[in-house]
Design a protein around this ligand. Sequence first.
Ligand SMILES: C[S@@+](CC[C@H](N)C(=O)[O-])C[C@H]1O[C@@H](n2cnc3c(N)ncnc32)[C@H](O)[C@@H]1O
Length: 239
Amino acid sequence: MADVVKQQVAGHWDRRAAGFDADFGHSIRTPAERAAWDRILALVLPRGRALDALDVGCGTGFLSFELVARGHRVTGVDFAPAMIAEARRKAAARAVSIRFEEADAEQLAFAPARFDLVISRHLLWTLAHPEAAIDEWVRVLRPGGRLVIVDGQFNADAGPPPPGSARTSAEYATIGDHLPFLSGRSREQIAALLAAHGLIGIASDPLLDLVAAQEQRMVDEGRERRTHRRYVVWGEVAR
Ligand SMILES: C[S@@+](CC[C@H](N)C(=O)[O-])C[C@H]1O[C@@H](n2cnc3c(N)ncnc32)[C@H](O)[C@@H]1O
């Protein structure tokens, strides 16, 4: 079943790759969103040196491009070929050097201790084996390396997910039961999970500035206002 699940997930994101960056929340559109992301990345990225960074489930490369703009050496992996193709197209258009590879985030081909930073946005919820994936990400981190998880908790009070979203798609309808974190996990649950997988110095932030900036944009653009709890959680491999 696992391969069927992954085929459905990859198929969904392949289908959405061309329009992914234009979907709400996937790109930075306003000064307030830019300010929020600058704060968030300054908060979570270790300072003072260029990092070997891995963006897992990189999609069209949102985090990868933010990282390379800050001087880091970036690899992005995603198992949806059309997402990787879009990420590569953008890198070529912007003349930036990022290694984008098709790969399963749950089973990486990298040697142990290859990276200073492993980061993901909006990936854990769609993994078939999120706990095994965390072990894999810890494996490729160096001693003292940092794992950063950006995600959110789907808020049932906010009504059903919008049409066109992954959770209402035909692909996810058939596999939802095989994705343990599909309904989202809280910030506290992810922090506990990282601790349970051996990370230390666990910290988190609720991304309130990003949430506020996106809510303002919903109002400004006349969109239905939806509030989700969002967060970033990070922890380090012991030295
Ligand atoms: C919601 S998108 C987020 C993309 C990107 N991280 C971002 O923040 O814009 C989820 C991405 O995770 C990828 N993905 C899901 N499961 C994966 C897996 N097991 N291995 C690699 N990529 C995966 C999908 O193909 C998709 O591109």
